[in-house]
Design a protein around this ligand. Structure first.
Ligand SMILES: [Zn+2]
Length: 551
C-alpha cells in the first residue's frame, strides 16, 4: 500500500513538474490569451490639402460599437437595444451576439447621438472604440482626383488609392484582461500598442481654380445639352496639375450611391480623338524639321484626293491660298494634310512619340490609359492624311495637355503629377514630389514661333471666341467626330479647346472638352468661350498681369 502511494505520488509530482517547468511558459501565455481581448485602434488617415493648405480630405474621430459575445448576458434585450439605437436588423445583431468569436463589430462609425445613447445605457459586453472617418468637406470638389477611402479607411480610388500606403498609417490595438466571469479586471493588464497616424499629402491642385473649372464645366454641359465634359488645367513650367474636373461629379462622402461611371476620371482613364487640337503637334514637328516655313503657301480647294479617297476640309468650299499662319488660323485640314505629307510617316511617328502621345504620362493617379495609333509599319498615306487633323488616332486628355505644355514652355515635356509634398501631422516636409521626366522635344525657337501663331489663332482665327483683349492667350479649337462601333458617327461630336497663356510666359495651360453637345458643335463656338471664362478668372486669381494697349 505504501509503495503504491509513493509511486502514485511521484507520478503526480512528475506531472506537476512537467506542467510547471516544461509547459509552464506556453500555458501561462495561453491563459493570458484567454483572459485578454484585443480591441483594434485605428490609425488616423493623413489629411489631404490643396497647394495652398486648404483641407480637401480630413479624418474625424467617430465611435464604433463592438461586442464581446461571451460577456453579453441578455442577448435578446441587448440585440433589441442595439438594433433600435443603430437602425440595424434585430436578427443581424442577434447573429453577431451569438457568434463564438471573441470580438465582433456591431456597427462602425456611428453618429455622436447614437454613441451617447449607448454610453448612457452601459450594456454588458458592448463597448465603443474610437475610429476615424474620412470626410470630404467640399463634397464633390476635386472628387476624381481625391477618390475616396472605404470603411476600413483603405484608399479605394484617386490619390486616396495611389498614396494609400503613406496616408493610411499603422493601426494599433489595446489588450484588456477579463476575469473568469468576463468582467474587466481593474488595474489588470492593459497593453496599449499605439497606432502610427498617416502622413499628410499636399496636392498641386488649387481649390479655387478647381472650383472655377467645375462651375463653368457644369454650366457649359447644361447650356449645350452635352453628355459629359472635362477640364484639365496644368502648369506648363513643371507639370503640376492645378485642376482636373470631369462632369458629372459625385460626392465622395457617399460614393456608394453613385453609378460607377460617375466615378471615372475620364481625363486619365479614357481616350478620344483629339481632332484639330492635335494640329499644334503636327505643326511643331514640321517646323522643327524645317519641312515648312512661315513663307510657304498652301492651296485648299475644299478637298484632296489621296489614292482613290477624297478627304474634305471642314470648310468644304475651300480656303483658297493661305500662308502657314492662315492654315493654323483657319484650322485648314487640306493644309495640314500637305504639312504631314511633307513630314512623312517616319518623322510624324517620331514626334508623336517624342511628345509622349504613344505612352502613359506616368501621372500619379490610378488606371491611366494611353492613346491608340495605327502601328507605324501599317500606316498608309491615307492614314497619315487623316491623322494630320487628329482623327484615326486617340489620346487621353492628359497626354494631349502634357504635349501642349511642351509647346507652351519652350520645348520641354514634363511628367504631369498631382502630389506636391508629403508632411507629418505637425507640418514637417518628409518628401517633395516633382516631375521625373524632363525631355526636350523641340527647340525653344520653334516653340516660340508656334506660340505666336497660336496666339494669332485666338486673335483672328477659329479660336477668336476665346479672345480677351490684353490676355495674350494662345490656343487651338477642335471638333472631332466620334467613332461608334468602328464607324464615324453622323451627329456625335467631341468639341474642345486647348490653349495657354500668357503666350510668351505661359503659366497656365488648359483643355476644355464637351462630349456630344447638341446644336452647335464646333469647338471654337462652344468650348472656346468656356476656356475664355476660366482663363479670365484664373488670371485674376493668380494675379497674372494683363497687357492693356498703351501701357
Ligand atoms: Zn481648308
Amino acid at each position: 500500500m505504501f509503495a503504491l502511494s509513493v509511486f502514485l505520488l511521484s507520478l503526480l509530482v512528475l506531472r506537476l513538474a512537467w506542467l510547471q517547468f516544461v509547459r509552464g511558459p506556453e500555458l501561462r501565455e495561453r491563459a493570458l490569451a484567454v483572459r485578454l481581448r484585443d480591441i483594434p485602434v485605428e490609425a488616423k488617415r493623413g489629411t489631404i490639402y490643396d497647394r495652398t493648405g486648404r483641407e480637401l480630405a480630413i479624418s474625424i474621430d467617430v465611435d464604433s460599437v463592438y461586442a464581446i459575445p461571451s460577456q453579453v448576458r441578455d442577448k435578446t434585450a441587448t440585440s433589441v437595444l442595439l438594433a433600435d439605437t443603430l437602425g440595424l436588423d434585430k436578427a443581424f445583431v442577434m447573429e453577431r451576439l451569438q457568434s463564438d468569436q471573441s470580438f465582433v463589430w456591431i456597427k462602425r462609425k456611428i453618429s455622436s447621438d447614437q454613441a451617447a445613447v449607448l454610453r448612457a445605457a452601459g450594456v454588458a459586453g458592448v463597448s465603443l472604440t474610437q475610429e476615424s472617418k474620412r470626410v470630404y468637406p467640399n463634397n464633390q470638389l476635386a472628387c476624381h482626383v481625391l477618390g475616396f477611402a472605404g470603411i476600413d479607411s483603405q484608399g479605394l480610388e484617386g490619390v486616396e488609392y495611389q498614396y494609400d500606403s503613406v496616408l493610411r498609417g499603422v493601426p494599433g490595438w489595446i489588450s484588456i484582461e477579463y476575469d473568469a466571469r468576463g468582467q474587466e479586471i481593474p488595474d489588470a493588464v492593459h497593453r496599449y500598442f499605439a497606432p502610427t497616424d498617416g502622413l499628410s499629402l499636399v496636392l498641386t491642385i488649387d481649390q479655387t481654380i478647381q472650383y472655377i473649372c467645375e462651375r463653368e464645366l457644369a454650366l457649359a454641359v447644361a447650356n449645350h445639352g452635352a453628355k459629359a465634359g472635362s477640364i484639365l488645367v496644368m502648369d506648363p513650367r513643371n507639370g503640376e496639375i492645378l485642376a482636373m474636373a470631369n462632369y458629372p461629379y459625385y460626392d465622395p462622402n457617399q460614393y456608394g450611391i453613385y453609378p460607377s461611371e460617375f466615378r471615372r476620371n475620364g481625363i486619365v482613364v479614357d481616350t478620344y480623338s483629339p481632332g484639330s487640337t492635335f494640329k499644334p503637334v503636327v505643326a511643331a514637328a514640321a517646323l522643327e524639321e524645317h519641312v515648312v516655313s512661315w513663307n510657304d503657301t498652301f492651296l485648299c480647294e475644299g478637298s484632296v484626293l489621296i489614292g482613290n479617297r477624297r478627304i474634305h476640309c471642314w470648310e468644304t468650299r475651300g480656303h483658297e491660298e493661305q500662308t502657314l499662319l492662315q492654315v493654323l488660323e483657319n484650322s485648314c485640314n487640306v493644309g495640314f494634310m500637305e504639312i504631314a505629307a511633307r513630314l512623312g510617316i517616319a518623322k510624324f511617328y517620331q514626334y508623336v512619340e517624342a511628345f509622349g502621345l504613344t505612352s502613359r504620362t506616368g501621372v500619379d493617379l490610378p488606371g491611366e490609359a494611353k492613346g491608340l495609333i495605327i502601328p507605324e509599319n501599317k500606316a498608309k498615306p491615307l492614314d497619315l492624311a487623316v491623322m494630320s487633323f487628329g482623327q484615326s488616332l486617340t489620346v487621353t486628355p492628359l497626354q494631349l495637355v502634357s504635349a501642349l505644355c511642351a509647346i507652351a514652355n519652350g520645348g520641354t515635356l514634363y511628367q504631369p503629377h498631382v502630389a506636391k509634398e508629403l508632411r507629418t501631422a505637425d507640418g514637417r516636409v518628409v518628401e517633395r514630389y516633382s516631375s521625373e521626366i524632363e525631355t526636350s522635344v523641340i527647340a525653344a525657337r520653334t516653340a516660340a514661333e508656334l506660340n505666336d501663331a497660336l496666339e494669332s489663332v485666338v486673335e483672328q482665327g477659329t479660336g477668336r471666341r476665346a479672345f480677351i483683349d490684353g490676355y495674350q492667350l494662345a490656343g487651338k479649337t477642335g471638333t472631332a467626330q466620334k467613332i461608334v462601333d468602328g464607324a464615324i458617327a453622323a451627329d456625335q461630336y467631341v468639341s474642345s479647346f486647348i490653349g495657354f497663356g500668357p503666350t510668351r510666359d505661359a503659366q497656365v495651360c488648359a483643355l476644355v472638352i464637351l462630349d456630344e453637345p447638341t446644336g452647335d458643335h464646333y469647338g471654337g463656338q462652344i468650348a472656346g468661350p468656356v476656356f475664355r471664362t476660366i482663363m479670365q478668372e484664373i488670371y485674376r486669381y493668380l494675379g497674372i498681369p494683363v497687357v492693356t494697349e498703351g501701357s
